[in-house]
Design a protein around this ligand. Sequence first.
Ligand SMILES: Nc1ncnc2c1ncn2[C@@H]1O[C@H](COP(=O)(O)OP(=O)(O)OP(=O)(O)O)[C@@H](O)[C@H]1O
Ligand SMILES: O=P(O)(O)OC[C@H]1O[C@H](OP(=O)(O)OP(=O)(O)O)[C@H](O)[C@@H]1O
Ligand SMILES: O=C(O)c1cccnc1
Length: 478
Amino acid sequence: MTEARYSPLLTDLYELTMLAGYFEKGMHLTPAVFDLFFRKNPFHGGYAVFAGLQTALDYLTELRFSEADLDYLDSLNIFSRPFLDYLRNFSFQGRVIAPPEGTVVFGGEPLVTVEGRLAEVQLVETALLNLINFQTLIATKAARICVAAHPGQVIEFGLRRAHGPDGGLHEARAAYIGGARGTSNTWAGQVFDIPVKGTHAHSWVMAFPDELSSFRAYADCFPEHCILLIDTYDTLKSGIPNAITVARELRAKGYELLGVRLDSGDLAYLSKNSRQMLDEAGFPQVKIVASSDLDENIIESIRNEGGCVDIYGVGTKLATGSGPGGCALGGVYKLVRCDGKPKLKVTSDLAKATLPDRKRLLRVVDADGQFKMDIICRQQDKVIPGDRVYNPANPDESKTIPPGATLQEIRQPVMDEGQMLLEKESLDLMADRCAEQLQLLPKGTLRLANPHIYKVAISSNLLTLRNSLIKQYLDKLD
Ligand SMILES: Nc1ncnc2c1ncn2[C@@H]1O[C@H](COP(=O)(O)OP(=O)(O)OP(=O)(O)O)[C@@H](O)[C@H]1O
Ligand SMILES: O=P(O)(O)OC[C@H]1O[C@H](OP(=O)(O)OP(=O)(O)O)[C@H](O)[C@@H]1O
Ligand SMILES: O=C(O)c1cccnc1
């Protein structure tokens, strides 16, 4: 597996100017800790699927400034020679704590914590957000689509509408983690070892004098991998009868037609009728693939109408992460500790206040393995069943951790002194983790509209620390 390489200039200019400023003021070696998190689950949904970590770790491992990078920075006439010399020897030597990819996570939870010298942990803000926001958004979208399609499969068809080549590459990666079983993107197949799949376009059919000869030609070229697009002229009057003719001809030669694809019209009605016609002709094994601007809601609607689709090809809306709430994940990266002191961004809206200091993220799991709630606590806290925990946005609301529950650490150190601590995981392992965890969520969390809100609480020690820091800041203002 060869991962894409990134420039150290994949950053906002202000990271570099702050870094230069910290260097000039002698603060660049000050110890600091940042948390990466998002506030609200994407798509107004009940959960998110964490993705993009390995891409981020590869970026951190390879972060070096070349002479060409330094020449470019020099040409901006902003940076001093001593600072550019400092960058020449720069590498990321920090520590990273994160959940494994494919973990189901929720708004407000610290996902990636980056600890190190102020210089290095500040510099990487933009790139980490860029890499993790996008893949987490797409993995979440894929999970929503796959949950709606289950037991039908989902194949990712989005490259042509993705946001650029890199967007197309990494959305395919994230979609696979979220549950897509393949991609049409051949480059993603090569880079990430994702199964590549596909059918053919309308142009194939139109390039021949008629539909039947186009199907015959395709079956002749690919007798073992033949899926025919049947909606170019008339799905039920021409596409399906011609596909059945070719299926018979293939069978006579010892092959079976793999499938047909519908790409327009009422996909519930057409898939039901196609299924019936194929079954009556003796081809119950032929799979029905559907595409055409699909997303989780349309798939749910097709299924509610009794549609007979086996495989959903989903492009634009998956690749671009489109849906309610906007097509971007609003992850942020906030300073939570600096020079040995916990830090907090004060705001009148408690839901927006950051959670200070180093923290742990725990999952409360019942005797059946079901997830009950998550808890954010201070690093040194001893949280046990029976403790009271608090709603961070409204601390008047509290809950008791059920006695008998188990507390599991969601995150682990994945990098120390700039070195990866764990073996790279396969995408299959991440996808299995995601599928397994989605099953363990409370009923209703997976609902597309108005989902059950999974509880994320904070420990009493963390609440006390946050309250005392808010008080300190307000006292200073007075
Ligand atoms: N049974 C269904 N329930 C809900 N939505 C459906 C169903 N079948 C199809 N759709 C959706 O309806 C829309 C159909 O759009 P539209 O009629 O513009 O295109 P089309 O059928 O592909 O035709 P054309 O290719 O001629 O533009 C698509 O977004 C498709 O996903
Ligand atoms: O609808 P999406 O979810 O984005 O899925 C991808 C779409 O891309 C193709 O259409 P396009 O019109 O680009 O090419 P075609 O001529 O092969 O249909 C395909 O037929 C799907 O409809
Ligand atoms: O293989 C397909 O059917 C395919 C690939 C990309 C986009 N739409 C369809």
